[in-house]
Ligand binder design. Structure first.
Ligand code: PMP
Length: 363
């Protein structure tokens, strides 16, 4: 039995691994630079100390299922009470919990496209219907079409919002996000509004302060971006207590390893490291974008640690991606059916690594 087209499963696809690229192009895997994953050029310096220091995790025991130490550090950093936080194995797991708790099989989720691919994947996994609401075009900075979203809200049990948005790199004005929340709250049965703030530390903007007035709001955060710890897989959902309670009912008891919870705690206790990292990356971003423009590409304005670049038509983008891969540089690509065909998404890395990418473009 095959699913009707609107419910057809979407699958998350990565670019090829370092090992696969090295085999394909005869390269040393150690020299490959990933510009496709929106990560940071280096891990925080406390990592080695944290592992070699007095922390001796009881590896023969399961993690504390409540992650108490981690939740307290997160509560301090976010400025919210501990019972308004849910912990996941990366923000991705919290997105998964949101879909499980709030999106019934056969339901409907609004996905403003283009955006982070996991929203579509998780929606079809329920399986539920993706109600695609296209964003405004590049001239409008790919902003949300707030009027169109508001018009479709009564059909949805869940709305996936992302600000700053991946892969466009722009932040949504607070008023636009608030307008969606207010329209949702006015409905007799409000949908859950997920606001993915994975890239929050690059702007400092948040709607966290609205969670009391809007129990339908779930804000997502992660240790993977400005905190530079994607390998440990720790993310958070922050919402009014009754929303967190619904997520807790579908949360697996120990998906975050003891070692990960400890390292995330260390990271959250030194938020100045994340802020410094974000500042360094923002400075590198402007030079990187200027270099991309000099090379004849069109970088879209970005407030994040990645830049969406229009290369030309789809054939030009594919040729550029191939040229970069041959030099051991991995861009994020978009397929021919994607609204961002003709574009590549490039992570901002260190000035030296960015220069390597620019040199590879110039050939
Ligand atoms: N949300 C957005 C918008 C992202 O770009 C990413 C990572 N690419 C994630 C969530 C997943 O984050 P995590 O590593 O915490 O699962």
């Amino acid at each position: 039995m095959s699913a009707p087209p609107a419910l057809a499963a979407q699958v998350y696809t990565w670019e090829p691994s370092n090992a696969a690229i090295a085999r394909r192009y005869g390269l040393d895997p150690a020299g490959i630079l990933r510009f496709d994953t929106n990560t940071s050029p280096t891990a925080p310096p406390f990592l080695a100390e944290g592992l070699a220091g007095p922390f001796e995790p009881p590896l023969n025991e399961y993690p504390d299922s409540a992650y108490e130490e981690l939740v307290l550090a997160a509560a301090d950093y976010f400025g919210v009470p501990p019972d308004e936080i849910v912990v996941g194995a990366g923000a991705d797991e919290v997105l998964d919990l949101a879909a499980k708790a709030f999106l019934p099989p056969g339901g409907t989720a609004i996905v403003p496209l283009p955006t982070y691919a996991m929203y579509g994947v998780l929606t079809t996994q329920r399986p539920a219907r993706i109600l695609a609401v296209p964003r405004l075009g590049p001239e409008a900075g790919f902003a949300l079409d707030v009027a169109a979203i508001r018009a479709r809200l009564p059909e949805a049990q869940l709305v996936w919002l992302c600000s700053p948005n991946n892969p466009t790199g722009a932040a949504e004005p607070r008023a636009a996000l608030q307008a969606v929340l207010e329209a949702a709250a006015a409905l007799p049965d409000p949908p859950l509004v997920v606001l993915d703030e994975a890239y929050h530390e690059f702007t400092g903007e948040t709607l966290l302060d609205l969670r009391g007035r809007h129990p339908e709001l779930l804000v997502l955060r992660t240790m993977s971006k400005a905190f530079a710890l994607p390998a440990i897989r720790v993310g958070f959902g922050i919402a009014a207590r009754r929303t967190i309670e619904r997520l807790e009912r579908v949360r697996p008891p120990g998906s975050v390893a003891t070692v990960s919870a400890h390292l995330a705690t260390l990271g959250l206790r030194q938020p100045e490291l994340a802020r410094e990292n974000a500042r360094r990356i923002a400075a590198a971003r402007e030079d990187f974008a200027a270099g991309l423009a000099e090379a004849g590409w069109t970088p879209r304005p970005s407030v994040t640690n990645f830049v969406l670049v229009q290369v030309g038509d789809q054939a030009a983008a594919e040729a550029a991606a191939e040229r970069l891969l041959r030099s051991g540089i991995v861009p994020r690509t978009f397929g021919p059916a994607n609204p961002l065909r003709g574009h590549l998404r490039l992570t901002v890395r260190s000035p030296e690594e960015n220069a390597r990418l620019l040199a590879a473009i110039r050939g």
